[in-house]
Design a protein around this ligand. Structure first.
Ligand SMILES: Nc1nc2c(c(=O)[nH]1)N[C@H]1C(S)=C(S)[C@@H](COP(=O)(O)OP(=O)(O)OC[C@H]3O[C@@H](n4cnc5c(=O)[nH]c(N)nc54)[C@H](O)[C@@H]3O)O[C@H]1N2
Ligand SMILES: Nc1nc2c(c(=O)[nH]1)N[C@H]1C(S)=C(S)[C@@H](COP(=O)(O)OP(=O)(O)OC[C@H]3O[C@@H](n4cnc5c(=O)[nH]c(N)nc54)[C@H](O)[C@@H]3O)O[C@H]1N2
Ligand code: SF4
Ligand SMILES: [Mo]
Length: 742
């Protein structure tokens, strides 16, 4: 796991190191935060000795608790904080290699103003005052002429919290993240429609106590959300029954009793057939369905003909295996968990797929039950103490307008990134004139790059806040260099696992150049946009201290320990947890009247996926444990473990095509888009009709030298996008590729 210790800790033995870090931990963490110069922009000169700081990871959004060790002023080692429930004392490979984000020689160093054509990556270095005055001047002018709503803010993660705050205070409601319409939106909407609530982040899945778990596409282990994967390990060690449905023999599939190599895009057929068996054979939790459910009979009727034999023909699976696995699920309910997955933007009918997953869980009667979904309890702190409410926009959001008396996507409950992109191009319902993009590489994150570029070219102003010269930064008029997570405070993490907690992110080292933390950028922009009253604190530390103290916690203790625990709470219905179903009926909706009322299928229906053109394979994508989307591709330490992605191709198909393992190919998609060269991984571990690539590679940004053209980009090849009619989710697995030798 520790990919870098050998290169950074040559002088001390590991054992001696551990001894040192343990003995210095308590006291040193305090001095770390108070060390003169540390919170400024220059590295503390002449620092000697070893100190540790408790903070949180941001290489992905699990936000694990970290103990960082600094030796002679240099960031030396990152480890899990043992009292943190997200890391449970261990970091994943990306977390350990977070040091690479500090060290990356190609980081943005100063603010930049564009001098060349958009996208030419030509800028001049300017001071922060110049950049912020220029940006605020442009944005104020646009707001005066067109209204503040015409500024759209795109973000991903808590790092953008205070810049988002500045723009909401300035009057725009158009704030969007790819984590909805490109990620977990369909799942959450499907669950909301069924249970009136959803698994949230982190998911309230009781994996450790499950006796049977079904992963339908969720590739835990490669999808590396730390404590979730550790719980998955607990589950496996306890002898849990694992059923994995995936067109690819994933890491999880290799641990399963049953691997169902389902044809990509046919999950709804499989889910309906599983439910058909459970209902027909009376194996579901009848008591739960009767007590908490509504519309069961109509639901049962709608799936009455969805037999395993019917599904076998659609999914390419064995009918008997579908039947057997359904029966296995019933054996251990309610401690049977059908994992809700996370990225569920695959085929364009994904909210209905999410609903089918929710319904299957409902048949297990597992909501609020041990081994199913526990009921979380959050510590509520005031977000921005001492600040007025945001102004209300008369025009409302632009992403999801009313069309013929109903919302374009009636069940979208968060802003749809691609809806803002459309408003930018079409000017409807009103034009978007400027984008501020903070910590999201939109050219990789949202499908349809051509459409994104079209929107960018229609903008009057584009500002990007990033740590590296990402692809989206390449098109910006102004680029602002943010310090990385190990160099700054961010807002508190007030997530909840089986424990309610608060976690503090605080600086470990100073930024090496003229980079600034997001909170500072937000405050300075706010000042220039005339919304300084929304930033009444001197610095973020002051704001966080007020919040912590108001919540009855001890600030100094939090600074040392990094984590403050809330009170224990009942997690399960049996222990007194308040379980409520916030649907219109107040019940679990087996039949959804609200879907029927809006003209949608009240019980999920299966639509076969589009067939591949001759000679083409369906392109599916996922994660590798050592990278996070496009944000780690240039990380020098993670490159050592995975330098580029590969295209997985069934070995027999590779033979037919005359392709050898490791051979470089280009991929041509159904619309003629050709990728950069990528290596073939010829393997038995994938169906013959699809190919698989880890997402995030193939950067086109010349300035981010470490990432440039490493592997191929799934985003570039995703030109055919189906939009989920319920909530605006964009499909990613609706594209096909063929192989070209290079
Ligand atoms: N084809 C395809 N598309 C996908 C996916 C897929 O699997 N395939 N996955 C989807 C999913 S699930 C998600 S959640 C989204 C993810 O979407 P994003 O989170 O937008 O993904 P990244 O490509 O990693 O872009 C993150 C950007 O933030 C920058 N960054 C990193 N740290 C910081 C920081 O501290 N401050 C600032 N200001 N910037 C920072 C990085 O350098 C990078 O440019 O993508 C979605 N899009
Ligand atoms: N290491 C690492 N871990 C991460 C992330 C990361 O960037 N790096 N990102 C995090 C984020 S934001 C998210 S949203 C999650 C995403 O992780 P998941 O929620 O697990 O989702 P996907 O990436 O969509 O899942 C890809 C899996 O689905 C399979 N698959 C593809 N098509 C189909 C299909 O039609 N049917 C079925 N049954 N299976 C199919 C693929 O073979 C692959 O195994 O990962 C999180 N964890
Ligand atoms: S899962 Fe890994 S990358 Fe994500 S926050 Fe935790 S240690 Fe960091
Ligand atoms: Mo995601």
């Amino acid at each position: 796991m520790s990919v870098h210790t050998s290169s950074t800790a040559p002088a001390l033995s590991r054992r001696r190191f551990l001894k040192i870090s343990a003995s210095t931990f308590g006291a040193a963490a305090v001095t770390a935060c108070d060390a003169p110069g540390l919170l400024g922009t220059k590295r503390a000169a002449g620092e000697t000795g070893i100190r540790t700081v408790a903070t949180t990871c941001d290489v992905c959004f699990w936000k694990c608790g970290v103990i960082a060790t600094v030796r002679d002023g240099k960031l030396w080692k990152l480890e899990g904080n043992p009292i943190d429930p997200l890391s449970r004392g261990r970091l994943c490979p990306r977390g350990t290699a977070g040091i690479g984000m500090v060290e990356d020689p190609h980081r943005l160093r100063t603010p930049l103003i564009r001098t060349g054509e958009r996208g030419a990556e030509q800028w001049k270095s300017v001071t922060w005052d110049e950049a912020l005055d220029f940006a605020a001047g442009r944005l104020k002018k646009l707001a005066e002429t067109h209204g503040p709503e015409t500024i759209a803010f795109f973000k991903h993660g808590i790092g953008a919290y205070y810049v988002e705050h500045a723009f909401k205070a300035f009057g725009t409601p158009n704030v969007a993240a790819p984590s909805f319409a490109q990620c977990r939106g369909p799942r959450d909407v499907g669950f909301n429609l069924t249970f009136g609530t959803n698994p949230g982040t982190p998911e309230n899945t009781d994996i450790a106590n499950a006796k049977t778990m079904v992963l339908i596409g969720a590739h835990l282990g490669e999808n590396m959300h730390n404590s979730q994967v550790q719980e998955f390990g607990d589950f496996l060690r306890a002898g849990g029954t694992l059923i994995v449905a995936d067109p690819r023999f994933s890491a999880a599939a290799s641990k399963a009793q049953h691997w169902l190599p389902v044809k990509a895009g046919t999950d709804i057929a499989l889910l309906l057939a599983w439910m058909n068996v459970l209902v027909r054979e009376g194996l579901y939790d009848r008591e739960y369905a009767t007590k908490y459910g509504t519309g069961f009979d109509k639901f049962a009727q709608a799936i009455a003909d969805k037999t395993p034999e019917w599904a076998a023909a659609e999914t390419g699976l064995d009918a008997e295996q579908i039947r057997t696995t359904a029966r296995l699920m019933a054996l251990t309910r309610p401690a049977t968990l059908i994992h809700p997955g996370r990225r569920t933007t695959w085929n364009g009918d994904d909210a209905q797929r999410g609903r089918a997953v929710a319904l299957l869980n409902a048949l297990m009667g597992n909501w609020g039950r041990k081994g199913g979904f526990y009921i979380p309890h959050y510590i509520g702190l005031e977000d921005f103490p001492g600040t007025p409410p945001y102004p209300k926009s008369a025009r409302g959001k632009a992403d999801n307008p009313m069309i013929d008396g109903k919302k374009r996507w009636p069940f979208a409950d968060q802003t749809v990134t691609t809806g803002l992109r459309e408003a930018t191009i079409t000017g409807q319902p009103y034009p978007i004139k400027a984008w501020v993009v903070d910590a999201t590489n939109l050219l990789q994150a949202i499908p349809g790059q051509k459409r994104t570029l079209e929107a960018i070219n229609a903008l009057d102003f584009l500002m990007v806040i990033d740590t590296v010269p990402s692809e989206i930064a390449g098109y910006a008029d102004v680029v602002l260099p943010e310090s990385v997570y190990l160099e700054r405070h961010d807002t508190l993490n007030d997530d909840c696992l089986k424990m309610a907690f608060l976690a503090l992110r605080q600086p470990v080292v100073a930024p090496p150049h003229d980079q600034k933390p997001g909170w500072w950028i937000g405050k300075e922009l706010g000042k220039r946009l005339g919304v300084e009253k929304y930033f009444p604190w001197k610095d973020l530390e002051e704001c966080l201290r007020v919040r912590i103290t108001q919540g009855g916690f001890d600030w100094n203790e939090l600074k040392v320990k990094g984590i403050a625990q809330g009170k224990p709470f009942p997690m399960y219905e049996a222990d007194g947890a308040a379980v409520s179903y916030d649907t219109p009926s107040g019940k679990v909706e087996f039949f959804s009247q609200q879907l029927a009322d809006k003209g949608f299928d009240p019980v999920p229906k299966y639509t076969p996926p589009d067939p591949a053109p001759p000679g083409f394979y369906k392109l599916i994508s996922g994660r590798a444990p050592m990278h996070t989307f496009s944000r780690t591709v240039g990380n020098p330490r993670l490159q050592q473990v995975m330098a580029e992605n590969e295209i997985w191709l069934n070995a027999a198909e590779a033979k037919k095509l005359g392709l050898a393992n490791g051979q470089r190919v280009k991929l041509r998609n159904q619309d003629g888009v050709v990728s950069d060269p990528v290596k073939v991984l010829a393997t038995e571990r994938i169906r013959a009709d699809c190919v698989y690539m880890v997402h995030g590679f193939g950067s086109q940004s010349k300035a981010w030298k470490g990432a440039y053209k490493r592997g191929a980009s799934t985003a570039q090849l995703t030109t055919r996008v189906k939009i989920d009619p319920l909530m605006g989710g964009t499909s990613i697995h609706t594209n096909f590729v063929s192989f070209e030798k290079v």
